[in-house]
Design a protein around this ligand. Structure first.
Ligand code: UDP
Ligand code: MG
Length: 319
């Protein structure tokens, strides 16, 4: 029996690319259906993340014209990760496997074939991994690489050069549904699900149209989110740093006592000021890091919903 595939696409102000994305994804589904690899019940599921432009109108129109297109309309903008989650959770009860993909066609649509192939070979999660970052600016490449290295150093397992282009089986989606955290960083959570995984490499292109919704400020916030929601090592390092500084101060104390005993008092305004400022800075930094975690705890304990769905357009029954 052939399997139902849902391609989940979060969209925020994507009216410029939506028609082209829809056309390409539909062609992809049709070609896989012809090869009898997936069921004709497969769908492209667009999630409208509270767009301010005509994105939802376009999705609704696509759905009216062809039931291969489905849509989820969120109550407001909740960000990429939450929109993706909303789509995956909607797909979960209707599909056998779901592939998540950005709306801007940066992820090579043709990698879908290889992903489905891996799934049929028994994988529950298939990561799309970029073969290179040639098209990115030097800055983006540099910061992204630093980020992945830092994450792995901090003990959070992430797949190198993998964004949110991946296939998940129904079983993996059910696993994902049981991770209840409000501060969602899918890239870090998915590897924790386990099961058999595979990777498919692809060339990442440039945005087809429209502009990136991840300016530097958001990118930094996203990285911070990733680190603090996956690793508590920074707190441990602060403790280590405290010990280190305390040790250094003891050494300095002993040294100045020895000099004093030798009849020569250590003088120095500069050294005092510098250490006061250095330590003051470190204390503030440490408080800031700890504050980040406390903020996380605060938000997690409230357990607010991660998304609210206004409307679902899908020709499938749930179940
Ligand atoms: N996106 C979203 N909600 C947001 C911001 C972005 O659903 O608040 C979607 C966006 O429409 C796109 C995907 O997330 O499909 C990735 O965004 P983008 O391409 O702007 O990020 P980049 O590829 O530049 O990192
Ligand atoms: Mg993009």
């Amino acid at each position: 029996m052939s399997q139902i595939l849902y391609i989940v696409v979060p969209c925020y102000n994507e009216e410029a690319v939506l028609h082209e994305t829809a056309r390409r994804l539909k062609d992809k589904l049709r070609s896989l259906e012809e090869k009898k690899v997936i069921s004709p019940e497969s769908r492209v599921l667009f999630v409208n993340d509270g767009s301010k432009d005509k994105t939802w109108e376009i999705i609704a129109q696509l759905h009216r014209e062809d039931p291969v297109f489905s849509g989820v309309n969120l109550s407001r903008n909740r960000g990429h990760q939450n929109a993706l989650l909303a789509g995956l959770m909607t797909a979960k009860d209707r599909c056998d496997m779901a592939i998540s993909m950005d709306a801007d066609l940066q992820d090579d649509v043709d990698a879908v074939d290889a992903m489905v192939e891996e799934y049929r070979g028994g994988c529950d999660i298939v990561y799309g991994v970029r073969s290179s970052r040639k098209k990115d600016t030097f800055f983006k490449r540099f910061t992204a690489e630093g980020f992945y290295r830092l994450m792995n150093f901090l003990g959070a397992e992430t797949v190198f050069n993998h964004a949110d282009y991946r296939l998940m089986s129904k079983r993996a989606l059910e696993g994902l549904a049981r991770f209840r955290e409000v501060n969602l960083f899918l890239r870090g959570i998915v590897p924790m699900i386990g099961y058999r995984t595979g990777t498919v490499t692809y060339e990442r292109g440039e945005r087809f149209a429209g502009e990136s919704k991840y300016p530097l400020k958001k990118m930094l916030a996203f990285a911070m989110e990733g680190i603090t929601s996956l690793s508590t090592k920074p707190i441990r390092y602060i403790t280590g740093l405290g010990f280190l500084i305390f040790f250094v101060s003891l050494v300095m104390l002993v040294w100045s006592i020895i000099r004093w005993a030798g009849g020569d008092t250590v003088i120095g305004w500069a050294s005092v000021i510098c250490s006061v400022w250095a330590i003051g800075g470190l204390i503030l930094l440490s408080l800031g890091v700890i504050g980040e975690y406390i903020g996380k705890i605060y938000l997690e304990t409230k357990g607010r919903p991660r998304f609210l769905i206004k409307e679902v357009l899908d020709s499938h029954e749930e179940g």
